[in-house]
Design a protein around this ligand. Structure first.
Ligand code: NAG
Ligand code: NAG
Ligand code: NAG
Ligand code: NAG
Length: 433
């Protein structure tokens, strides 16, 4: 079976699990998008060096010595070569073109000046001739100007590894490579969330990967189609870089959650007591209660259905409670067509916000009662927990396609959205009053 045919097959079978909105013309959306949203990349960059096809974005908190917020920068992981190299969705033709990391300074609230463009981060001490295909990333806050540990999942030629870098706020465009983390438990890492400067949870999206010879063509697909609960989330503790000999970098591995179908984005809440996990093929987000002393996920507290295949999840520390921003793909067949580089293929974007600890205004609710301002309301597709649409696009040229992560800057009110296969990579939206 050729890859193209298998992709078409998954597309057909997965079609049933996703409410299609691609065909919907989102009236009025294009105008709002045109006035509110701007790409953060520089349009004059060459195609190979440009900020496009971005999987993940993360905030980097710059704090003073006492832990008070000074500023917040945005980091993005992008890969202009993604259409030739994608270990999750295929294809696996040419791993050579390199991905890159970018940094962006969010504009001040209410500022009307033209926002600055994102800058490419140079990788210092990165081994010569090695592949770099960045996927999930996260960075620890910087305190009083100290350097921060930055971890980036690298889908490279032979296997998926996690790269550890140091980034200093005095020179945010140079990331110094520290070491490469490998483990038999890194089967197909997709997303990670830090629990300290030297420890994190990491999700593995599949147990069988596409790199397996021959079987790699169908096992991951069969796993997705049947939603086999074969994957898992690990918690990893690292030795400090100074003490590291290569054998003992990972000093502890524990399974945090087992038997999951296609676990994808994972994120620790600002309070440290909750972990959210997206199950892509199930259109669900799971919430776990976490013991901060042991990192054990003590119990699953909620399972909240979302109206799309959720990709990444990120928390925003709101005024009264923490809010989870969930981003994903409303129509899986469309994103597989885009991944296969089909002429004219487009895939919609959808971002919602959920208050899992909501009081009377955010609770399990009936059908047709929430998100009524959205062009396509979440309640027209699902019933259950209420949520609010923050961003929606039908994937046409004017909008952003294949949204994978969104972040809201509580300070400036800016919403960032990354597009896994969008030429604009990341857009920044400043909602009009
Ligand atoms: C994708 O298709 C376009 C033309 O539609 C072509 O120029 C490009 O090289 C293709 N990319 C890959 C990775 O095959
Ligand atoms: C920076 O300081 C914080 C707070 O003291 C600490 O937890 C962190 O490990 C430091 N970062 C590095 C890279 O040493
Ligand atoms: C309940 O939630 C609403 C909206 O999120 C918020 O404005 C309100 O202050 C919350 N009330 C309590 C008691 O937390
Ligand atoms: C810096 C680094 O070690 N990167 C790794 C990314 O993946 C390739 C392929 O496995 C490795 O060779 C690189 O070492």
């Amino acid at each position: 079976m050729t890859l193209q045919r298998t992709v078409a097959l998954v597309a057909l079978i997965l079609a049933s699990c996703n409410p299609p909105i691609c065909a919907t013309i989102l009236m009025g959306f294009a105008e709002r998008y045109m006035s509110d949203c701007l790409p953060i990349g520089n349009p004059t960059d060459t195609p190979e060096e440009s900020l496009k096809y971005c999987e993940d974005i993360a905030f980097w908190e710059i704090l003073d010595n006492t832990g008070k917020a000074e500023k917040r920068l945005l980091l993005a992981s992008c890969d202009p070569g993604r259409k030739s190299w994608n270990t999750v969705m295929g294809p696996l033709h040419d791993p050579k073109p390199h991905g890159a990391l970018w940094v962006h300074v969010p504009p001040e609230r209410g500022s009307s000046s033209t926002p600055t463009k994102a800058q490419r981060i140079t990788l210092k001490n990165y081994p010569e001739g090695h592949d770099f295909h960045p996927l999930g990333l996260e960075i620890y806050p910087s305190y009083g100007g100290n350097s921060s540990n930055l971890y980036v999942i690298n889908h490279s030629r032979e296997r998926t590894v996690i790269e550890q870098f140091l980034l200093n706020p005095a020179d945010p465009t140079t990331a110094t490579h520290i070491r490469t983390l490998t483990s038999p438990y890194f089967i197909s890492p997709n997303s990670l969330t830090l629990t300290s400067p030297d420890s994190f949870y990491v999700s593995n999206d599949h147990l069988f990967t596409r790199r397996l010879f021959i079987l790699g063509h169908f096992l991951p697909i069969i796993e997705s189609i049947l939603a086999l609960p074969l994957s898992f989330v690990s918690h990893i503790n690292l030795s400090p870089p100074s003490s590291s000999n290569d054998d003992a970098i990972i000093i502890k591995h524990t399974f945090a959650a087992l038997f999951l179908p296609f676990p994808n984005g994972i994120s620790l809440s600002p309070s440290g007591t909750q972990v959210a996990l997206a199950l892509t093929s199930q259109n669900k987000v799971l919430f776990y209660e976490r013991d901060p002393a042991t990192n054990v996920l003590t119990k699953r507290t909620h399972t909240i259905p979302v109206p799309f295949c959720p990709d990444n999840v990120r928390w925003t520390h709101g005024g009264t409670d923490d809010e989870l921003i969930v981003t994903g793909h409303p129509h899986f067949p469309s994103i597989t067509a885009v991944a296969a580089n089909k002429t004219g293929a487009a895939s919609a974007s959808w971002v919602v916000s959920i208050h899992p600890n909501g009081n009377t205004t955010d609770k399990p609710t009936g059908k047709g009662e929430f998100d009524l301002d959205a062009p396509v309301s979440a309640s027209s597709k699902i019933s259950g927990w209420s949520m609010t649409t923050l961003f929606q696009s039908d994937g046409s040229e004017e909008g952003l396609m294949t949204s994978s992560t969104a972040l809201k800057d509580p300070k400036s009110g800016v919403l960032y959205v990354s597009g896994l296969y969008d030429e604009r990579g990341v857009v920044m939206c400043r909602p009009a009053k």
